[in-house]
Ligand binder design. Structure first.
Ligand code: ZN
Length: 546
C-alpha cells in the first residue's frame, strides 16, 4: 500500500465512521439525560429552600416570603411568564390562631358531676382555629368512624347515633373507616369539610377524633409538639370549611380509655373490631366534655407563586396543565434533639425543586407544548391545603380551562425509581397517561397501596379535584418487605414533620432527576393531546365535573 492509497483509505474509514455516527444520531433517541447532573441541579434548589435561613418556610413568615421570591426568580430564569396577581406572586390573607395553653383546659364530667381534669398535650389536644368557642360543656357520644357515605348506604349518624340524639352534643369517633368502602370514597368523606357537613346536619356542635395507632404517620409523642404552633384559616369568609363548628379535639390513643370508661366499652375492643373490618358500635359515653380554650388571634399574609409556559397552539393555549407543589413547611417549632428549624427539604422542598427543574428542562430543550403549562407553588398546605384552596377559589386563569393537576408533594426519592406509586390512577384518563410515560421509561406503576392513609385528599390536588379537575399525585413505590419499604417507613416515622427533614439526609438525586423527567413527559403528553383529560365514568370524583 502506498502513502496515497493508505491516505485515501484512512480518509474513507474516517468518512465511513462519520456516516455511521450520523446514522446513529438520526436513529437514536435524544442522548440519554445526564441524571447525575440533573439530580445535583435539583438538589441545589433544595439547598436554598431548606437552608436554615429560610426558617422552615412557615406560611406568613418572612422566611416563606424569601422562599417565594427565590421561586419567582427561578421561574423567571426558566423563561416562565408571571401568572400571579402581583407579578409571579398571588398574596393570600389568613386569620391566625394560637392556643394559650396555660389558660385553656379540658375535663371529663361524669353524670353525677365528678370532674376529671385532662392534661393537654398528654391526654388530648384541643383543635385551634378561629371561630371555635371559648367555653363549651356538652355530652359526648361515640359514633363509630364518624362518617356518612351515602353511596355505600353507610351512616354512623343514623338513628341518630346509637339511639342518642346528637343535638348540642359532641361526636367522638375512631379515625379510619370501614375497609370494604373504596379508599378514595372513604378519603373524600373523611375530609374535615365533608365530615363536618354530615355532623352539622345532626345538630352536634363539636367533634373529637381518636387516632388508630396502626395508621398514625407520626407517634403521639412527636405530633403533640405541634399543638402550640399557630394555625391558619383563609381570611376570605366564602372559603370557610367547617362553618358552625364550636369544638374540636384529638385524643392520644394510649389514653383513649379515659373517654370510654363510663360507657363499659374499651379502646382495645374497638381497635380489634376495626382490625377485623367489623362494624363499630355507637353508644353514649355517659360523660360531658368541659373545655375552655384561650386563643391569641391575629392576621397574616403569605404567597402563592405562579408561572406560565404559554402554549403554542392558537386555540389550545387557552387551556392549562397545572404542575403543583407546596412551598410552605412548618417553620420554627418545638426543638427535637436540639434542632428547632423544621426545614422541610423533602416536604415539600423536593416538589418545589421539581417545579423549577421541569420548567428549566422545558426551556433548555426548547419545548413548545400545545396547551399552556402552569407552575403553581402554593402556601398554606401544612395549614390545611389553604394556598391551593385559595388559588382554586380565586384562580388567576379560568379554572374551567385547567385540564389537569399534577401534584408533587414529598414523593420521597430515597432509592432508585423502579416503582412509581400513583394516587388517582383509576379515576381519570390521566391514569393511562402516567402508565404510558412510565412504560417508556421502564418504571412500574403501582396503585395507592395504603388507602387508609387518605393521601389522595391530603395534599393540594384535592382542591382541584373538588372543582372537577382530574389530578394525580405520586410516591416512590417499593416491593412489600423490601429494604426500600423499610427506608420509606423509617423516613415517615423519624423525619416526617421533624427538624431532621433537612439537608443532612440521604437522598437519591439521580432518582429524583428521573422522576422529574417522567413528570415533564407526562405534562408534555397531556399538553399536546388533542382532547383534554376526563374522569372515568365509574369514578366517584366525576360528580365534581362542571
Ligand atoms: Zn407536610
Amino acid at each position: 500500500m502506498d502513502v496515497n492509497e493508505s491516505g485515501a483509505s484512512v480518509r474513507s474509514i474516517v468518512e465511513n465512521m462519520r456516516l455511521c455516527l450520523l446514522a446513529l444520531l438520526v436513529t437514536l433517541p435524544l442522548p440519554a439525560a445526564d441524571l447525575a447532573k440533573e439530580g445535583d441541579r435539583w438538589w441545589s434548589h433544595i439547598q436554598v429552600l431548606a437552608d436554615d435561613n429560610m426558617e422552615g418556610r412557615n406560611a406568613g413568615s418572612p422566611g416563606h416570603l424569601r422562599a417565594a421570591q427565590f421561586v419567582a426568580g427561578e421561574f423567571e430564569r426558566a423563561g416562565l411568564k408571571p401568572a400571579g396577581t402581583h407579578g409571579y406572586l398571588q398574596p393570600v390573607k389568613f386569620k391566625v390562631a394560637q392556643i394559650v395553653e396555660d389558660q385553656s383546659s379540658l375535663a371529663l364530667v361524669s353524670t353525677d358531676g365528678k370532674v376529671t381534669p385532662l392534661k393537654l398535650g398528654e391526654d388530648a389536644n384541643l383543635s385551634v382555629r378561629p371561630g371555635l368557642a371559648e367555653h363549651i360543656q356538652a355530652e359526648a357520644v361515640f359514633c363509630g368512624y364518624g362518617l356518612a357515605i351515602p353511596e355505600n348506604h353507610f351512616d354512623d349518624f343514623a338513628g341518630a347515633c346509637g339511639a342518642a340524639d346528637l343535638k348540642g352534643k359532641i361526636v367522638v369517633y375512631l379515625a379510619g373507616g370501614p375497609s370494604d368502602i373504596p379508599g378514595n370514597l372513604r378519603s373524600h368523606y373523611s375530609s374535615r369539610a365533608e365530615r363536618w357537613k354530615a355532623i352539622a346536619k345532626t345538630g352536634a356542635i363539636g367533634v373529637v377524633a381518636i387516632a388508630n395507632p396502626k395508621s398514625m404517620d407520626i407517634p403521639w409523642e412527636r405530633s403533640t409538639l405541634a399543638r402550640l404552633n399557630a394555625t391558619m384559616a383563609l381570611a376570605d369568609a366564602r372559603m370557610a370549611d367547617a362553618p358552625g363548628q364550636q369544638f374540636g379535639a384529638n385524643v392520644n390513643p394510649a389514653h383513649a380509655d379515659k373517654f370510654l370508661a363510663a360507657s363499659g366499652h374499651t379502646f382495645a375492643e374497638l381497635l380489634a373490631l376495626a382490625d377485623q373490618g367489623k362494624p363499630l358500635p355507637r353508644f353514649p359515653l355517659h360523660i360531658r366534655l368541659r373545655a375552655t380554650e384561650h386563643m391569641r388571634l391575629s392576621e397574616a399574609e403569605s404567597q402563592n407563586v405562579v408561572g406560565l409556559l404559554p402554549g403554542s397552539d392558537p386555540v389550545l393555549k387557552n387551556e392549562y396543565v397545572a404542575f403543583g407543589a407546596h412551598l410552605d413547611h412548618l417553620g420554627v417549632g418545638a426543638p427535637i434533639r436540639g434542632d428547632a428549624i423544621y426545614n422541610g427539604a423533602m416536604d415539600d422542598g423536593s416538589g418545589i425543586a421539581s417545579l423549577i427543574e421541569i420548567a428549566t428542562m422545558a426551556k433548555l430543550e426548547n419545548l413548545h407544548p400545545r396547551r399552556s403549562i402552569l407552575f403553581i407553588a402554593v402556601t398554606g398546605e401544612e395549614k390545611g391545603l389553604l394556598g391551593s384552596q385559595y388559588f382554586t377559589g380565586a384562580p388567576t386563569v379560568p379554572l374551567k380551562n385547567i385540564v389537569a393537576d399534577v401534584n408533587m408533594d414529598m414523593y420521597l426519592p430515597l432509592y432508585p425509581l423502579k416503582y412509581l406509586e400513583v394516587q388517582g390512577l383509576e379515576e381519570s384518563s390521566l391514569g393511562a397517561d402516567i402508565r404510558a410515560v412510565c412504560e417508556k421509561a421502564g418504571v412500574t406503576v403501582q396503585p395507592d397501596r395504603e388507602p387508609q392513609r387518605n393521601l389522595f385528599i391530603r395534599s393540594d390536588q384535592y382542591n382541584y379535584i373538588k372543582h372537577g379537575v382530574p389530578a394525580l399525585t405520586f410516591k416512590f413505590g417499593y416491593d412489600t418487605g423490601s429494604p426500600e419499604e423499610k427506608l420509606a417507613k423509617d423516613w415517615l416515622r423519624e423525619r416526617y414533620h421533624a427538624p431532621s427533614d433537612d439537608l443532612n439526609q440521604p437522598v437519591d438525586r439521580p432518582a429524583a432527576a428521573r422522576f422529574n423527567r417522567l413528570m415533564l413527559d407526562l405534562g408534555m403528553r397531556v399538553a399536546d393531546a388533542s382532547g383534554r383529560p376526563s374522569w372515568n365514568s365509574d369514578s366517584f370524583f366525576k360528580r365534581f365535573q362542571r
